[in-house]
Design a protein around this ligand. Structure first.
Ligand SMILES: [Zn+2]
Length: 354
């Protein structure tokens, strides 16, 4: 009888709740993470200072490293600084998306496990096997191990600007559209679907979609944070970003590449992209419901709401498939020309009510 089941690459600790940061030292002292307390902690120079002041007394053997920004250079500099300073049990990334991405990359480079302590919920990368960093060519995604532990203090999340929470909502909701693209690729192209990864990512998106609460409620933030963590693990399970990235993310990338100076946040663009992609695939009611939920949370559902004209949005959608060659989504499937995209957009705007 075959008894071998697969093991899921996942953090040994996931601690998501109000006040979680007060027990961070205890989490880090876990034998599997750092019994000696020798930790390299990466923080931002600005907002990180307050957290450092608060946490330093409980972490006397830790070294603190200020991270410049979210570029590949910053991540390499961080890794080099850690290598020069000494030996550590683990790297801790303490901050927003940029700090965690830099810390993930640096930890992989020096061969140490990473503890992600997220101070905002702007996207699903806080527990994913990918570090997104700016490089000379724009922006790159680098494969890294999944974090060994994830700590999210909902009291800290509440203090971050609300636009970060909104961005996380758009990114989580876009899972629903991404999974539909995956199913489409399976039907049309014979691509394999990883059912577990798809289930985790879809449930994360559906839970956020159907939660009646708002950005100010702990109950809602809990579900959103858990959803983003599970989405990251879903990506580890499938070994790529498929569970969380389809036409929605191609549209997001196209915004970033065509209008690098004017682009909105990751989640704003992914949420809008997801609502439009759902419409394109003929799921008009689901698209309208997604748009309604995005609106309720203060997210854009029309390009004008993030400062783009309809013509620019049509240009974005037309360009989107080139941003992720090889990924089959509703955009590649329909292969619409400019006029068809314009018509589809007009129908979308009419359906969701502008
Ligand atoms: Zn995303």
């Amino acid at each position: 009888m075959p008894v071998l089941t697969r093991l899921i690459p996942s953090p040994v600790v996931v601690d998501i709740r109000p006040g979680a940061l007060d027990d961070l030292a205890g989490v880090l002292a876990d034998q599997r993470i750092s019994s000696s307390g020798k930790l390299a902690i990466a923080i931002s120079g600005g907002s990180g200072a307050v957290l450092r002041e608060r946490l330093a007394p409980a972490l006397p053997s830790a070294e603190w490293f200020e991270v410049g920004g979210g570029t590949l250079d910053d991540a390499i500099k961080l890794a080099d600084a850690m290598k020069k300073k000494g030996r550590y049990d683990a790297v801790v990334g303490l901050g927003g998306g940029k700090i965690i991405d830099c810390a993930k990359f640096a930890a992989a480079r020096v061969g140490l496990p990473l503890v992600a302590v997220a101070t905002n919920l702007s996207h699903d990368g806080l527990c994913s096997p990918v570090a997104t960093l700016d490089n000379d060519a724009g922006r790159g995604s680098y494969g890294v191990p999944n974090p060994i532990a994830v700590v999210i203090d909902l009291d800290v999340i509440r203090e971050a600007p609300v636009r970060f929470v909104r961005s996380g909502i758009g990114d989580a909701l876009s899972n629903i559209s991404a999974i539909r693209d995956w199913e489409l690729a399976a039907r049309e192209r014979g691509e394999d679907i990883d059912g577990l990864a798809a289930a985790m990512a879809r449930q994360a998106g559906e839970a956020v979609l159907r939660h009646p609460g708002g950005v100010g409620d702990d109950g809602f933030l809990q579900v959103l944070a858990e959803g983003l963590v599970l989405t990251g693990i879903a990506m580890s399970v499938s070994g790529d970003s498929r569970p969380a990235s389809g036409a929605c993310h191609e549209i997001n990338h196209a915004f970033d590449l065509l209008f690098p100076k004017r682009a909105a946040s990751h989640g704003e663009q992914c949420g809008l992209g997801a609502a439009f992609a759902m419409h394109l695939r003929g799921a008009k009611e689901e698209s309208a419901f997604m748009a309604e939920v995005l609106r309720r949370h203060g997210l854009p559902v029309l390009p004008a709401e993030i400062g783009f004209s309809v013509d620019e949005f049509v240009q974005v959608v037309e360009y989107a498939p080139t941003t992720r060659p090889g990924r089959y989504t509703i955009l590649e499937h329909l292969n619409l020309n400019t006029d068809q995209i314009r018509d589809a957009y007009a129908d979308y705007a009419k359906t969701i009510g502008s």
